[in-house]
Design a protein around this ligand. Sequence first.
Ligand code: NDP
Length: 388
Amino acid sequence: MTARRTVTILGATGSVGRSTLDLIERDPEGFEVLALTANRDAQGLADAALRVGARRAVIADDAAFPELRERLGDSSVEIACGREAVLAAAAAGAEWTMAAIVGTAGLGPTMAAIEQGGTVALANKEALVSAGEIMMETARTSGATLLPVDSEHNAIFQCLEQADFRSVRRIILTASGGPFRQMSRAEMGGMTPAQAVAHPNWKMGAKISVDSATLMNKGLELIEAYHLFPLGADGFDIVIHPQSVVHSMVEYHDGSVLAQLGAPDMRIPIAFTLAWPQRMETPCQRLDLVKVGTLTFEAPDFERFPALGLARAALLAGGAKPAVLNAANEVAVAAFLAGRIGFLDIASIAASSLEGYDPAAPASIDEVLDIDRQARSAAETIAIRYSH
Ligand code: NDP
C-alpha cells in the first residue's frame, strides 16, 4: 500500500480551494490533509475540515475564531487563528501545498510553504508578480517544486515538459477577453461589479473575475509567465481566444506549436499538479471539439484594455514596478467591488500609482511587503479622487 500524500490548502474556502477539496475528497485513500486555512469563512472552513478529516483548521481573521471554535470545538480538528497561525500551517511540512490565498495576503504563507522544499501548486499569482525573483530564488535554494495552477501556465508547463528552452521561440498566452470583450470604452464605463464578475467561461473568485474583465489578469499572468519560464520579457505573446478551450501554446524553433486543450474547469490543471508527474482521473466534462465547432483567435486591444499595456510596462521596467502595479490594482478592484469607483477607473488608478511611486527594487520579502503597503496607501489616496 502506498503512503497517503500529506497536503495543505491555503485559501481552502475560495474558488480554487474548493475545487482542490473536491478532487481530494474523491480519493480519501490518496491524501491526508494536514491543514486548511481561510480568512473569515469559518463555516466553510469547518465543514471542509470535517469532510476531509483535516488535522488542523486555521482562520486568519481573529474575529471569526469564536465561530470556528463553536463549529469544531468538539471535533478532533486542531484550531487556530491569526496570520502567524496561517504561516505556521503553511510551514508545517506538507508534501504538497495549494497556494490559493487571493492577493498579496498570500505572499507570506506561499513563501513559508516554498521554504519547506515540498511541492507547491501555485495559484496565488499576485505573490509571484510582487516578489517573482525572490520567490524563484527561494524555490531554487529550498529545492521546492513549483507547479503552476493558472490554466495558462499549467498548459505551458504541459507543452514544455522536458523541452530545452533553447528550442522554444515564444510562448503564446491565451485570454478569453472577459465579459466586456466586444464593448466600447463608453459602454464599459457603465458596467457594474455584478456584470464584471459574470465571466462567460470560468467560475472564479470576485477579484480575479474583475481582473479578467479589465484584462489585468492577463497582464499579471504575463509577469507570472516571465518568472516561471525563462524566455525573457519579449518571449511572450497574448492572443484573445473567446472559447477558452486552448489554454496556451508553445512555439518551437522548428515551427511546431504545441497547445494544451480542455474544458474550462480549474479541476483539470489542479489535478495535474496533484498527480504530477502522473495523471489522475477527474469528473470534469470531456472536451467535445465537434460540439465546440469553432475556435477563434483575435489580437488584444491595448487601447480598450489599458491594463495590459500597464502590466507589460511594469514587466519591462522591472524592480519594484510589478509589486506597485499589483498593490494598486488590488486596491482599485476592492474599491470597484465596493461600488466606490467606476470600472474604467481601475486601470487609471493603477496607471497613476505606477507614475507616482517608484521605489528601489526589493531585496527581501519584508521589502516587498513594505512596498506593497506604501503602494496601497498611495493608491487609496488616488482612489478617493475617483470616488463617486
Ligand atoms: P477566492 O476569493 O475565491 O478565495 C480566496 C481564498 O483566500 C479564500 O479561502 C479566502 O478566505 C482566502 N483569503 C482571502 N484573504 C485572505 C487573507 N488576508 N488571509 C488569509 N486568507 C485569505 O479566490 P480564488 O480562489 O478565485 O483565487 C485564489 C488565487 O488563485 C488568486 O490569486 C487567483 O488569482 C488565483 N487563480 C484563481 C483561479 C480561479 O479559477 N478562481 C484561476 C487561476 C488562478 P475566505 O473565504 O475566508 O475569505
